[in-house]
Design a protein around this ligand. Structure first.
Ligand code: DX5
Ligand code: ZN
Length: 213
């Protein structure tokens, strides 16, 4: 399992320091970009994400919870290993968004809300590197895990089969459910509050990795 700490639950006033603190055990950094339209919340966009890069070594896993991923994807500084993930429910055409993301040099990810039928992303599986299964309604950190996500991950895992597409899970993950999602087939686990609400962030990350085994 790979761990991607979500900086949404970090202190935005000292984002880079917060990222540096978790970097030793992070496989990537999960950045939640929200536009106040696709979700009822605002976070940050390309200027903040691009400015944050300096001095950080892990790839960025950028989760675009925005209506127009086509417009904003090209504005991110992309380094090797970065992933740009958009939502199938966004306003832009998924095929065009995937092409736009690929043109930046980033890997392409697709995500879906908990209430969206899993089959909506099936036509794009061969075109993406990653599927991000939401286990909370996108928009806010610290929400309760929706257990139906486990069955969705299992179904997705079966659908992907041997194809080289990663499964990530995002929302409400903690030591109490991380094993279930990993066993169902999630390879990348996003966790925000389970890490950043603790004083000992690295300890919290170790606890998550232990609990997954
Ligand atoms: C929610 C975000 C998540 C969020 C997860 O819209 O996509 O990445 O930060 O936070 P936790 O782990 O607290 O549910
Ligand atoms: Zn996210």
């Amino acid at each position: 399992m790979k761990l991607s700490p979500s900086l949404l639950s970090a202190d935005f006033g000292r984002l880079r320091d917060e990222a540096r603190e978790v970097e030793p055990l992070a496989d990537s950094f999960h950045l939640d970009v929200m536009d106040g339209h696709f979700v009822p919340n605002l976070t940050f966009g390309p200027p903040v994400a691009n400015g944050l890069r300096l001095g950080l070594k892990r790839p960025f896993d950028i989760h675009l919870m925005i209506d127009r991923p086509q417009v904003y994807a090209p504005q991110f500084t992309v380094l090797p290993g970065d992933i740009l993930t958009f939502h199938v429910e966004a306003k832009d055409d998924p095929h065009e968004t995937i092409a736009t993301i690929r043109a930046t040099g980033a890997k392409a990810g697709i995500s879906l809300r908990p209430a969206t039928a899993l089959a909506r992303i099936f036509p794009y599986i061969d075109l993406v590197d990653l599927v991000l299964v939401m286990s909370v309604e996108p928009g806010f950190g610290g929400q309760a895990f929706r257990r139906e996500a486990i069955g969705r991950i299992r179904d997705l895992h079966r659908e992907i089969g041997e194809r080289p597409v990663l499964i990530a899970v995002d929302g409400g993950i903690g030591p109490e459910n991380v094993r279930d999602v990993v066993q169902a087939g999630a390879e990348i686990v996003v966790a925000g509050s389970a890490i950043f609400r603790e004083r000992d962030r690295l300890g919290a990350m170790r606890a998550l990795m232990e609990a997954a085994r």
